[in-house]
Design a binder for this molecule. Structure first.
Ligand code: ATP
Length: 468
């Protein structure tokens, strides 16, 4: 391992936002028109990362659990759904405006003394009374814009699962306890959308609803908390950046009996990453009442006992997970110039002095690019050889190819994109069939016979341990 001096500066939201844009992870929506508040676009690296995070969650939930199945429900649902769920009535934020500077706040997010004195925390101007503001986006379906045509963009994916729970029991012969997992878009008319993609109006959720027998709910609730904690550990997240927060009575959602958040230490502080909720039989009971359809489960193994299942929900933001993974992976460090068998091109700074690098230490399973193939020179057949190696690897791995600039600079580009492995093709490769395998985290370089490269990568990914 080369000598590394850790840079003390932590990831800031400005650095993350700027890196995300520079490297094509996340762009502001409609930027050429000045941007659209609360909406973001995922670029070439961003969509790869998002797909991998979603894939890891999907595998965890469905492939690794015999009794959890998937669903992809429509975003547009019958409007009665949201009356039954309580969202029309209760899904509100308390809102105040400053009469002087026109700033808008959630009254639960400003100091109590400001609220009591009706004094704006920004300019000291007078605040309006608190009013309730519903977070659901409302539009119309069909040509008439009247109350009968009102339809909502779903504010959570969960309801699509509840209204299908009977379909899934019947079509897939599910028996309680069982779960339904879903990843999809959700929309909330958020008042405050700062902090990059942390809180947006359009986002994606990864939700799993677990249907259990009443009375066993507390046990399952505790089991799911443990499982969700273990999941982040498996993803390689810094565990000292995670903590639990239990909702107090005044924080509990209208449907919840008990709720815990997994919080992550983001650059702006501890914030919710995922919620684990005991939603009781509230949702199914309400859908039964509003639709007139019987939502009870009939337990054929227990003398046709009937009951309305309790639901344990694990609800994570996919886009918020992506922000967490970016922050968690972000590192800056001082490095001594790297050597490469190519000689003088190994140095990335003009005078060969110490240099800084920005590196995203993604788990290789999440990294947008697994291996970058870099010919030391374009000439003398090295580019062709490198392309040939890439063609071989790309069936199994996501690859990148870069032949421009000094090799040290190319390594830095890959570090910043979080690529865990670089494969460098040099003159020795032509002679003895070996290539240089360079590790992102340690910057260590070893020579590997080309024929062993794919297997070696597989083994390195399997045994990956984050070193910092
Ligand atoms: P908050 O109180 O922060 O508004 P919430 O408690 O209402 O959030 P839930 O309804 O429990 O959040 O949503 C589950 C998960 O969905 C959250 O843990 C978060 O990861 C994600 N999420 C919720 N709202 C947003 C949003 N506006 N933008 C991005 N992700 C979100």
């Amino acid at each position: 391992m080369s000598e590394l001096t850790v840079y003390n500066g932590k990831a800031t939201m400005e650095k993350i936002t700027s890196l995300a844009k520079r490297r094509g992870f996340v762009f502001q929506s409609s930027e050429i028109y000045g941007g659209q508040n609360g909406a973001w676009d995922y670029g070439p690296l961003g969509i790869e990362l998002k797909n991998r995070i979603a894939g890891a969650w999907w595998k965890e939930m469905t492939q690794l659990h015999d009794n959890i199945v998937g669903l992809d429900a429509a975003i547009l649902m019958h409007p009665r759904t949201w009356e039954a769920s309580g969202h029309v009535e209760n899904f509100t934020d308390p809102l105040v405006d400053c009469k002087k500077c026109k700033s808008r706040f959630r009254s639960d997010q400003i100091p109590e003394e400001n609220l009591a004195a009706k004094k704006c925390p920004d300019c000291g101007g007078e605040l309006t009374d608190t009013r309730k503001f519903n977070l659901m986006f409302q539009t119309h379906i069909g040509p008439a814009e009247d109350t009968a045509s009102v339809i909502y963009l779903r504010p959570e994916t969960a309801q699509g699962i509840y209204v299908n729970y009977k379909n899934i029991i019947q079509s897939n012969r599910m028996k309680i306890p069982f779960g339904i997992a879903q990843i999809g878009k959700a929309f909330r008319n958020e008042i405050v959308t700062k902090n990059f993609i942390f809180r947006t109006c359009e986002f994606e959720q990864m939700e799993m609803q677990y249907f259990v027998k009443p009375g066993t709910d507390e046990e399952w609730f505790s089991q799911w908390r443990n499982q969700r904690w273990a999941y982040y550990e498996k993803l390689g997240v810094k565990m000292d950046h995670l903590r639990w927060h239990q909702h107090g009575p005044d924080e509990l959602a209208h449907y919840a009996k008990d709720a815990y958040d997994i919080e992550y230490l983001f650059p702006m502080g501890w914030r919710e990453l995922e919620g684990v909720h005991n939603r009781t039989d509230y949702d199914l009971g309400r859908h039964s009442q509003f639709s007139g359809k019987d939502m009870q489960y009939i337990d054929q193994d227990a003398g046709n006992e009937r009951y309305t299942p309790y639901i344990i929900e694990t609800s994570a933001g996919l886009t918020r997970n992506l922000l967490m993974i970016l922050c968690d992976a972000y590192d800056e460090e001082q490095v001594t110039p790297e050597k490469n068998s190519g000689g003088s091109e190994g140095s990335s700074s003009a005078n060969g002095a110490d240099d800084w690098r920005t590196v995203l230490r993604f788990h290789p399973n999440l990294a947008p690019v697994t291996a970058a193939i870099l010919p030391l020179m374009k000439k003398d057949g090295l580019a062709e050889l490198a392309q040939d190696i890439r063609a071989e690897l790309k069936e199994d791995y996501s690859t990148d190819y870069d032949q421009s600039g000094a090799i040290g600079r190319r390594y830095r580009r890959q570090d910043e994109a979080g690529t865990p492995f670089c494969v460098t093709v040099d003159y020795q490769s032509k002679e003895d069939g070996t290539v240089t395998l360079r590790f992102r985290d340690s910057m260590e370089q070893i020579r590997v016979p080309r024929a062993e490269l794919a297997a070696r990568l597989r083994q390195e990914i399997k045994n990956y341990r984050r070193i910092k």
